[in-house]
Design a protein around this ligand. Structure first.
Ligand SMILES: Nc1ncnc2c1ncn2[C@@H]1O[C@H](COP(=O)(O)OP(=O)(O)OP(=O)(O)O)[C@@H](O)[C@H]1O
Length: 229
Protein backbone atom coordinates (compact mmCIF):
# COMPACT_ATOMS: atom_id res chain seq x y z
CA UNK A 1 0.00 0.00 0.00
CA UNK A 2 2.78 2.42 1.05
CA UNK A 3 6.51 1.85 0.85
CA UNK A 4 9.29 4.27 1.75
CA UNK A 5 12.79 3.20 0.69
CA UNK A 6 15.50 5.27 2.28
CA UNK A 7 13.53 8.48 1.86
CA UNK A 8 14.99 11.88 2.68
CA UNK A 9 13.34 15.22 2.17
CA UNK A 10 15.06 18.58 2.39
CA UNK A 11 13.19 21.82 1.93
CA UNK A 12 14.99 24.73 0.31
CA UNK A 13 16.88 27.01 2.72
CA UNK A 14 16.51 24.63 5.69
CA UNK A 15 19.73 23.54 7.29
CA UNK A 16 18.49 20.11 8.29
CA UNK A 17 16.37 17.66 6.34
CA UNK A 18 12.72 17.26 7.38
CA UNK A 19 13.02 13.49 6.80
CA UNK A 20 16.21 11.42 6.84
CA UNK A 21 16.61 7.96 5.36
CA UNK A 22 13.18 6.73 6.31
CA UNK A 23 12.27 3.19 5.25
CA UNK A 24 9.02 1.45 6.11
CA UNK A 25 6.18 -0.46 4.63
CA UNK A 26 2.48 -0.12 5.43
CA UNK A 27 0.27 -2.94 4.26
CA UNK A 28 -3.32 -3.05 3.12
CA UNK A 29 -5.81 -2.64 5.93
CA UNK A 30 -3.33 -1.43 8.56
CA UNK A 31 -4.00 1.36 11.03
CA UNK A 32 -0.86 3.37 11.75
CA UNK A 33 -0.31 6.23 14.17
CA UNK A 34 2.49 8.59 13.26
CA UNK A 35 3.84 10.33 16.35
CA UNK A 36 6.73 12.64 17.19
CA UNK A 37 7.27 16.10 18.56
CA UNK A 38 6.48 19.23 16.61
CA UNK A 39 8.76 19.52 13.58
CA UNK A 40 9.77 15.85 13.63
CA UNK A 41 8.53 15.38 10.05
CA UNK A 42 5.04 13.89 10.37
CA UNK A 43 3.28 16.26 7.99
CA UNK A 44 6.15 15.98 5.55
CA UNK A 45 5.75 12.21 5.62
CA UNK A 46 2.04 12.58 4.81
CA UNK A 47 2.67 15.20 2.12
CA UNK A 48 5.06 12.81 0.37
CA UNK A 49 2.34 10.12 0.32
CA UNK A 50 -0.10 12.61 -1.24
CA UNK A 51 2.63 13.77 -3.61
CA UNK A 52 2.19 17.32 -2.43
CA UNK A 53 5.96 17.14 -2.00
CA UNK A 54 8.55 14.95 -3.69
CA UNK A 55 11.33 13.03 -1.98
CA UNK A 56 14.82 14.51 -2.31
CA UNK A 57 16.34 11.02 -2.11
CA UNK A 58 14.90 7.55 -2.02
CA UNK A 59 11.64 6.19 -3.32
CA UNK A 60 8.05 6.51 -2.23
CA UNK A 61 5.57 3.92 -3.52
CA UNK A 62 1.86 4.42 -2.93
CA UNK A 63 -0.77 1.97 -4.20
CA UNK A 64 1.90 0.25 -6.26
CA UNK A 65 3.12 3.42 -7.97
CA UNK A 66 6.57 4.95 -7.73
CA UNK A 67 5.56 8.57 -7.08
CA UNK A 68 8.76 9.97 -8.59
CA UNK A 69 7.82 8.38 -11.90
CA UNK A 70 4.20 9.41 -11.80
CA UNK A 71 3.59 12.16 -14.33
CA UNK A 72 1.88 15.29 -13.03
CA UNK A 73 -1.28 14.68 -15.02
CA UNK A 74 -1.72 11.33 -13.32
CA UNK A 75 -1.49 12.76 -9.80
CA UNK A 76 -5.20 13.72 -9.57
CA UNK A 77 -6.14 10.16 -10.53
CA UNK A 78 -3.86 8.78 -7.82
CA UNK A 79 -5.29 11.16 -5.21
CA UNK A 80 -8.83 10.09 -6.03
CA UNK A 81 -7.98 6.76 -4.50
CA UNK A 82 -7.02 8.46 -1.23
CA UNK A 83 -9.12 10.25 1.34
CA UNK A 84 -7.73 13.08 3.45
CA UNK A 85 -8.82 14.53 6.78
CA UNK A 86 -7.21 17.50 8.53
CA UNK A 87 -7.25 19.17 11.91
CA UNK A 88 -9.14 22.20 10.58
CA UNK A 89 -11.86 20.19 8.75
CA UNK A 90 -11.54 22.20 5.49
CA UNK A 91 -15.24 22.16 4.67
CA UNK A 92 -16.78 24.52 2.13
CA UNK A 93 -18.53 27.01 4.43
CA UNK A 94 -21.08 28.17 1.86
CA UNK A 95 -22.28 24.69 0.97
CA UNK A 96 -24.56 22.44 2.99
CA UNK A 97 -23.33 19.25 4.62
CA UNK A 98 -24.85 17.21 1.80
CA UNK A 99 -23.35 19.48 -0.85
CA UNK A 100 -19.92 19.19 0.74
CA UNK A 101 -20.01 15.43 0.36
CA UNK A 102 -21.65 15.62 -3.06
CA UNK A 103 -19.01 18.02 -4.31
CA UNK A 104 -16.24 15.51 -3.59
CA UNK A 105 -18.10 12.99 -5.74
CA UNK A 106 -18.86 15.47 -8.51
CA UNK A 107 -15.21 16.37 -9.02
CA UNK A 108 -14.36 12.73 -9.58
CA UNK A 109 -17.08 12.40 -12.17
CA UNK A 110 -19.74 10.36 -10.34
CA UNK A 111 -23.20 10.45 -11.89
CA UNK A 112 -26.03 12.38 -10.27
CA UNK A 113 -27.80 9.14 -9.52
CA UNK A 114 -24.77 7.73 -7.74
CA UNK A 115 -24.32 10.94 -5.78
CA UNK A 116 -27.96 11.04 -4.71
CA UNK A 117 -27.62 7.51 -3.39
CA UNK A 118 -24.16 7.80 -1.82
CA UNK A 119 -24.50 11.08 0.11
CA UNK A 120 -27.19 9.91 2.56
CA UNK A 121 -25.42 6.56 2.93
CA UNK A 122 -22.12 8.05 4.03
CA UNK A 123 -23.80 10.65 6.24
CA UNK A 124 -25.63 7.80 7.98
CA UNK A 125 -22.35 5.96 8.34
CA UNK A 126 -20.74 8.89 10.19
CA UNK A 127 -23.80 9.40 12.40
CA UNK A 128 -25.13 12.51 10.64
CA UNK A 129 -28.13 10.98 8.91
CA UNK A 130 -30.75 13.64 8.18
CA UNK A 131 -28.36 16.58 8.56
CA UNK A 132 -27.80 16.98 4.80
CA UNK A 133 -29.28 20.47 4.73
CA UNK A 134 -27.37 21.96 7.65
CA UNK A 135 -24.53 24.42 7.06
CA UNK A 136 -21.09 23.51 8.45
CA UNK A 137 -21.09 26.64 10.64
CA UNK A 138 -24.18 25.36 12.47
CA UNK A 139 -22.43 22.17 13.53
CA UNK A 140 -20.15 21.38 16.45
CA UNK A 141 -16.46 20.71 15.79
CA UNK A 142 -16.96 16.98 16.15
CA UNK A 143 -19.85 17.03 13.70
CA UNK A 144 -17.84 19.07 11.22
CA UNK A 145 -15.05 16.51 11.42
CA UNK A 146 -17.63 13.79 10.77
CA UNK A 147 -18.66 15.62 7.61
CA UNK A 148 -15.01 15.82 6.56
CA UNK A 149 -14.66 12.09 7.16
CA UNK A 150 -17.85 11.39 5.21
CA UNK A 151 -16.44 13.42 2.35
CA UNK A 152 -13.09 11.63 2.51
CA UNK A 153 -14.76 8.23 2.63
CA UNK A 154 -17.52 8.83 0.09
CA UNK A 155 -15.44 7.30 -2.68
CA UNK A 156 -14.47 4.30 -0.51
CA UNK A 157 -10.76 5.02 -0.77
CA UNK A 158 -8.14 2.33 -0.26
CA UNK A 159 -6.20 4.70 1.94
CA UNK A 160 -7.20 7.42 4.38
CA UNK A 161 -4.63 9.99 5.46
CA UNK A 162 -5.46 11.97 8.59
CA UNK A 163 -3.29 14.82 9.87
CA UNK A 164 -4.21 15.47 13.52
CA UNK A 165 -7.94 14.91 12.97
CA UNK A 166 -8.71 15.30 16.69
CA UNK A 167 -6.38 18.27 17.21
CA UNK A 168 -9.25 20.75 17.60
CA UNK A 169 -11.63 18.51 19.52
CA UNK A 170 -12.24 17.80 23.19
CA UNK A 171 -11.31 14.33 24.50
CA UNK A 172 -14.82 12.90 24.47
CA UNK A 173 -15.55 14.06 20.93
CA UNK A 174 -12.15 12.75 19.87
CA UNK A 175 -13.06 9.27 21.08
CA UNK A 176 -16.14 9.35 18.85
CA UNK A 177 -14.04 10.38 15.86
CA UNK A 178 -11.55 7.60 16.57
CA UNK A 179 -14.34 5.02 16.77
CA UNK A 180 -15.43 6.18 13.36
CA UNK A 181 -11.94 5.94 11.89
CA UNK A 182 -11.60 2.49 13.44
CA UNK A 183 -14.84 1.45 11.81
CA UNK A 184 -13.68 2.76 8.46
CA UNK A 185 -10.42 0.85 8.93
CA UNK A 186 -12.41 -2.34 9.55
CA UNK A 187 -14.02 -1.98 6.13
CA UNK A 188 -10.52 -2.57 4.72
CA UNK A 189 -9.36 1.04 4.28
CA UNK A 190 -5.77 1.60 5.38
CA UNK A 191 -5.53 4.52 7.82
CA UNK A 192 -2.40 6.56 8.48
CA UNK A 193 -2.89 9.22 11.14
CA UNK A 194 -0.46 11.79 12.50
CA UNK A 195 -1.32 12.75 16.06
CA UNK A 196 -0.18 14.35 19.30
CA UNK A 197 -3.01 12.71 21.20
CA UNK A 198 -1.42 10.45 23.78
CA UNK A 199 -4.68 9.22 25.25
CA UNK A 200 -5.99 8.03 21.92
CA UNK A 201 -2.78 6.29 20.88
CA UNK A 202 -2.52 4.56 24.26
CA UNK A 203 -6.15 3.48 24.15
CA UNK A 204 -6.25 2.10 20.64
CA UNK A 205 -3.05 0.05 20.65
CA UNK A 206 -2.37 0.18 16.92
CA UNK A 207 0.94 0.24 15.10
CA UNK A 208 2.93 3.29 16.16
CA UNK A 209 5.66 4.86 14.03
CA UNK A 210 7.69 7.57 15.75
CA UNK A 211 9.76 10.24 14.05
CA UNK A 212 12.40 12.31 15.77
CA UNK A 213 14.19 15.08 13.89
CA UNK A 214 13.19 13.42 10.63
CA UNK A 215 14.40 9.95 11.53
CA UNK A 216 12.25 6.91 12.12
CA UNK A 217 13.15 5.97 15.69
CA UNK A 218 10.39 3.49 16.57
CA UNK A 219 8.02 1.17 14.77
CA UNK A 220 5.93 -0.80 17.21
CA UNK A 221 2.87 -2.98 16.72
CA UNK A 222 0.10 -2.45 19.28
CA UNK A 223 2.21 0.44 20.48
CA UNK A 224 1.81 3.34 22.86
CA UNK A 225 2.48 7.06 22.48
CA UNK A 226 5.71 6.63 24.35
CA UNK A 227 7.44 9.98 24.42
CA UNK A 228 7.08 13.16 26.39
CA UNK A 229 6.40 16.41 24.59
N1 LIG B 1 7.15 23.98 3.25
C1 LIG B 1 8.23 23.98 4.05
N2 LIG B 1 9.32 24.72 3.77
C2 LIG B 1 10.41 24.70 4.54
N3 LIG B 1 10.52 23.95 5.66
C3 LIG B 1 9.49 23.19 5.99
C4 LIG B 1 8.28 23.15 5.22
N4 LIG B 1 7.43 22.29 5.82
C5 LIG B 1 8.06 21.81 6.90
N5 LIG B 1 9.30 22.34 7.02
C6 LIG B 1 10.29 22.02 8.07
O1 LIG B 1 10.48 20.61 8.08
C7 LIG B 1 10.54 20.11 9.41
C8 LIG B 1 9.45 19.08 9.63
O2 LIG B 1 8.18 19.71 9.61
P1 LIG B 1 6.79 18.93 9.60
O3 LIG B 1 5.71 19.95 9.37
O4 LIG B 1 6.86 17.80 8.66
O5 LIG B 1 6.74 18.39 11.10
P2 LIG B 1 5.53 17.86 11.98
O6 LIG B 1 6.08 16.68 12.72
O7 LIG B 1 4.35 17.62 11.12
O8 LIG B 1 5.22 19.02 12.99
P3 LIG B 1 3.83 19.43 13.72
O9 LIG B 1 3.57 18.35 14.72
O10 LIG B 1 4.15 20.74 14.36
O11 LIG B 1 2.78 19.52 12.65
C9 LIG B 1 10.45 21.33 10.31
O12 LIG B 1 11.77 21.71 10.64
C10 LIG B 1 9.79 22.38 9.46
O13 LIG B 1 10.21 23.67 9.80
Amino acid sequence: MIRFDNVSKSYPKQNRPALREVSLEIGRGEFVFLVGSSGSGKSTFLRLILREERASHGQVHVLGKDLARLSNWKVPHMRRQLGTVFQDFRLLANKTVGENVAFALEVIGKSRGQIRKTVPEVLDLVGLGGKDDRMPGELSGGEQQRVAIARAFANRPMLLIADEPTGNLDPQTSVGIMKLLDRINRTGTTVVMATHDQQIVDQMRKRVVELEMGRLVRDQSRGVYGYQH
